[in-house]
Ligand binder design. Sequence first.
Ligand SMILES: NC(=O)c1ccc[n+]([C@@H]2O[C@H](COP(=O)([O-])OP(=O)(O)OC[C@H]3O[C@@H](n4cnc5c(N)ncnc54)[C@H](OP(=O)(O)O)[C@@H]3O)[C@@H](O)[C@H]2O)c1
Length: 324
Amino acid sequence: MKAIRFHELGSPDVLTLEEVERPRPGAGEALVKVHVAGVNFADTLLRRGGYAVQTKLPETPGLEAAGVVEEVGEGADARLAGRRVALIGQKCYAEYTVAPAASLMPLPDEVSFDEGAAFPIQSLTAYHLLFTMDQARPGMTVLVHAAAGGMGLQLIQMAKQAGAKVFGTTSTEAKAKLAREYGAEEVILYTQTDFAERVKELTGGRGVDLVLDSVGRTTFVGSLRSLAPFGHLVIYGAASGPPPKLDVIGTIFKKSQKVSAFWLFSTLQTPEVAARGVRQVMEWVATKKLKLPIGLKLPLAQAAEAHRKMEARETTGKILLTVG
Ligand SMILES: NC(=O)c1ccc[n+]([C@@H]2O[C@H](COP(=O)([O-])OP(=O)(O)OC[C@H]3O[C@@H](n4cnc5c(N)ncnc54)[C@H](OP(=O)(O)O)[C@@H]3O)[C@@H](O)[C@H]2O)c1
């Protein structure tokens, strides 16, 4: 089968389309014929050797996909064969991938393969940031960094649906316009403006209840300055590099604020929490309450180009690779 592989860490140029052996489903696993694979910022970190888990070479990126179950391994539910599914897994930039059968997310007829490949990582992460890590609610104020990105547009829509007032940050006016179209009240160009100052102005000096920070090094201090008393900052990524060390007493103590961290894969340790997210997000996707804007769709062979554009901050919304 065809798959994208890299044999050394480095720039997007290390990604090449190769002929590799088709994986076989082990006990409890399913083999899925991939139709569409989702691209995530994490894939670029894996390729550079900066992801939360160590890269083992040679490696195939890809944490999510949608396709059809081709075959199930021993002990797995045989009724899954032929089902359209979405999955969170590994090595999804390929014609076939294997995943635990019990983790597959069957797709209702109304959900396309594009949607199935777009929601697993970003929409589920957005759901848990807003409803597991915090309780998004009417009247709450939320600041979303990189607001026009894959994560950003999901967070804006979900927070808005919960009745929150959402502010965003982005690097360009075109991205700001998009984030406003998806429901952000005001979008600040954080490459030009002191966003924490602007957030204070927008909230009458109070700050926001929740900051969702995936940018890290360049935003962390401003994110803390943007918090209201009892406010909550969730760190869930570091697109600009890791954030500096936190001085608890010097910063969050006096206003009783909270700083936490979130990684989607930690929900796998609490299956009931993970299942709650899948149920809710699948319903929103199926009923079109949650839009999954596709900013870029390329054939599998052009995975390197998808990474290049993402790292150059040229993309908005979801990036997909068409496989089958
Ligand atoms: N914790 C989790 O489980 C989890 C799950 C999914 C994603 N994430 C994290 O969430 C973030 C967004 O992921 P995504 O896949 O949706 O990507 P994305 O937001 O579509 O793309 C990354 C965005 O980050 C912004 N950015 C700021 N500084 C940057 C820099 N130095 N280099 C590159 N980009 C920079 C850019 O937006 P502007 O041009 O507007 O600045 C860029 O478009 C990433 O940090 C990712 O690791 C975490």
